[in-house]
Design a protein around this ligand. Sequence first.
Ligand code: 5GP
Length: 194
Amino acid sequence: MKQLQEKIMQDGKVLSDEVLKVDTFLNHQIDPELMKAIGEEFAERFKDSGVTKVLTIESSGIAPAMMTGLMLAVPVIFARKRKSLTMTDNLLTASVHSYTKNETNEISVSKDFLEKGDKVLLIDDFLANGQVVLGLQDIIEQAEADLVGVGIVIEKGFQPGGTTIREKSIRVESLAIIESLQNGQVKFKEEGTA
Ligand code: 5GP
């Protein structure tokens, strides 16, 4: 997605060979116009998948997921990283390991919002090692719902998540795929070579 690639080139900060900071439009401050375009793009790509729910994880997945849900006219659910006071039981949970933070978190979704037979589209801001997607897939399976695909805003193509998920025959649509962050430079994989 050209608009997104241009924004990453303009505003993204390469923190290391592995980590990209995009807090001017996605991870802290949010660019609503860009999120709208992202929602439209995901909705277009998954329009024939019969999506009934969009699922993401707090907090940075919420903005692109909400715009996608708006365009597809379906509800948006976000998995919680910490249990809230009002979420006491009736939970579907999974463990997610973060390699960047070197910690494992239990994520949870209320059984009230994912139903058997739901066709779920997963949306997240980044795909790195694929742990978030696998955790959310686990929750979808527990609910006896179907995962119809994964929409990622920025995939780090040099990390193994994309391959891991695609090898499970899960459809992954990434709006920008980064081939490398070496020498402080963002290098994109050309479209169609994913
Ligand atoms: P994964 O589960 O695929 O290993 O990691 C995905 C999660 O890690 C995303 O939800 C995102 O929050 C975070 N993440 C991974 N790599 C980056 C990165 O380079 N930049 C930012 N801002 N977040 C990242």
